[in-house]
Design a binder for this molecule. Structure first.
Ligand code: SAH
Length: 519
């Protein structure tokens, strides 16, 4: 259900891991007219917002005071009254130390309707990621969420330290790092055991989550020594010890490894998500961008006679998608490939499986999958993912004197067309796209500096990234290449290749990286 106009949605965005946002939160962000958001929301949380949605930052800017609470309330009221659907997006849960209660009250007083979408609160999320169960049959039958930072204008402490010292369960302090030493002393003074296990969890569920374990008496010192920064939670209770048996985050194969992904932004997400799932911190440093080049006579004329080709070679997933885009632009679809040059049974190129028509060769499994998404089962898919392997794989197809189409990128090598011409084929080479240099952002370059790995999935990413970064290429990182052609380009660019995939596709690259990362 999409966001209703005139209504304000107080929405929790979870503790930081984008995967912990609720389905309802994503749905509302995707349909709202305006989103008011805080600083502590997950990266990419607003990616799904409508293109014409208004995105208003109301958080605290570093070194500047936050937008006063009344002002936020007024902005929400005004937006709703002007007939907009409004999402107010907050870190964690809106009603757990999120001032969602105050905003709801202001809205009700103004006669504006609101709904609340709970979020995963840091108190259970950061702890779970740290392997600390906030309750446990043997250790804690209650848990208290406590603010460690009171409203400085309050004259009397609202925290009853005696009651908290006696509380029969786990204490979870939000906003508790700055005043940790004073709060711990107050608890011990009120009778809580200084030897009780305690932990600070920094950046819970985010890249670089860190957990520091000590005792109530020593945690402040440990936090100081380890330089624990915001956001962080403090946990006090015997459950902290369960971490020894339950820690899991740190056991993931690429935990703590920073990996640079250099693929074009549009293609990076699969690789980045897989690496994150394995525990890596991913820095996306796209070195190239795909610029379609299907609006030209060469492509148009090839498309018009597409059914006449005896063989069509598609050399990348981008090529596959753009070939079908060009077909679509000319008013055709996959049926155009079953054209007049249909080979007769017994002729070379038939007998390879599916219904005969134009024989389609894909350079590798990724390209074959891209073709399949357009309803075409490739007849030929070589095991190895390089032009030479494709040349071998099509050796049995009769091409002498027959038209062959090679649909590919502008900067491709000539291995394939040369080999086919040598065999007497009438080869048309069409360029469907160009890969152009993408200038990486200063932030991403900075993040890449202490990377453990830089992954390269094509020679164009190597050339463009090394040229774009120059001296700022992270020299300490190990270079991972998808295959021999990419490795060659890396060496030509002055890099040493540390890891080369045995299978020249994304899965192969990940396998090689995993094999290299010491446990
Ligand atoms: N509404 C939020 C809490 C806001 S108060 C929620 O439900 O989680 C801000 C405090 O929450 C921070 O000072 C810190 O103590 C805690 N916090 C928020 N996100 C955190 C995270 N990812 N890791 C550790 N603590 C976090």
């Amino acid at each position: 259900m999409s966001a209703r106009t005139g209504v304000v949605y107080l929405v929790g965005a979870g503790p930081g891991d984008p995967g912990l946002m609720t389905v309802r939160a994503l749905e509302l962000i995707g349909s709202a007219d305006v989103v008011f958001y805080d600083r502590l929301i997950p990266p990419g949380a607003l990616d799904g917002a409508r293109e014409d949605a208004e995105l208003v930052y109301v958080g605290k800017a570093p070194g500047r005071p936050s937008v006063p609470q009344e002002e936020i309330g007024e902005q929400l009221i005004e937006a709703a009254r002007s007939g907009k659907s409004v999402v107010r997006l907050k870190g964690g849960d809106p009603f757990v130390f999120g001032r969602g209660g105050e905003e709801g009250e202001a809205l009700r007083a103004a006669g504006v309707e609101f709904e609340v979408v709970p979020g995963v609160t840091a108190g259970v999320a950061a702890t779970a990621y740290a392997g600390i169960p906030v309750t446990h049959r043997d250790d804690a039958s209650a848990v208290a969420f406590v603010t460690g930072h009171e409203d400085p204008e309050k004259t009397e402490s609202a925290i009853d330290w005696d009651a908290l010292a006696r509380f029969p369960g786990t204490l979870v302090f939000y906003m508790g790092v700055k005043r940790l030493a004073a709060n711990a002393a107050a608890l011990i003074e009120a009778g809580r055991d200084a030897e009780e296990p305690a932990a600070a969890i920094e950046r819970g569920t985010m890249d670089g989550q860190r957990t520091v374990v000590a005792t109530l008496g020593t945690l402040a010192e440990a936090v100081e020594r380890e330089d624990v920064g915001a956001p962080a939670l403090i946990v006090v209770g015997p459950v902290v010890q369960r971490r020894e048996a339950l820690a899991w985050l740190e056991r993931r194969p690429l935990h703590g490894r920073r990996v640079v992904v250099t693929r074009a932004r549009a293609q990076a997400s699969g690789l980045a998500a897989t690496l994150r799932g394995l525990g890596a911190e991913v820095v996306e440093l796209p070195a190239i961008r795909i610029e379609p080049r299907i609006e030209n006579d060469e492509v148009r004329s090839a498309v018009q006679k597409i059914g006449d080709y005896a063989l069509i070679c598609v050399t990348s997933p981008n090529g596959a998608h753009l070939l079908f885009e060009a077909l679509g632009a000319a008013g055709f679809d996959a049926r155009a490939l079953g054209g007049p040059s249909r080979q007769q049974p017994g002729e070379a190129g038939a007998g390879t499986g599916g219904p005969a028509g134009t024989t389609i060769a894909a350079i590798g499994p990724g390209t074959a999958r891209a073709l399949a998404s357009h309803g075409i089962a490739a007849d030929v898919v070589p095991e190895r993912f390089v032009a030479e392997a494709l040349v071998e794989a099509i050796a049995g197809i009769e091409v002498s004197g027959r038209p062959v189409l090679i649909a590919r990128a502008a900067e491709a090598r000539d291995v394939l067309p040369d080999a086919l011409r040598d065999r007497g084929a009438e080869v048309d080479v069409v360029t469907l796209y160009e890969t152009v240099r993408e200038e990486p952002s200063a932030d991403a370059i900075e993040d890449a500096q202490n990377a453990d790995y830089v992954t390269f999935t094509s020679s164009s990413t190597v050339r463009n990234l090394t040229e774009a970064l120059g001296e700022r290429f992270p020299r300490g990182a190990r270079v991972v290449s998808i295959g021999p052609v990419t490795s060659e380009a890396a060496r030509a660019a002055g890099l040493e290749v540390d890891v080369e995939a045995n299978r020249h596709d994304i899965e192969g690259l990940i396998d090689a990286l995993l094999a290299d990362a010491p446990r």
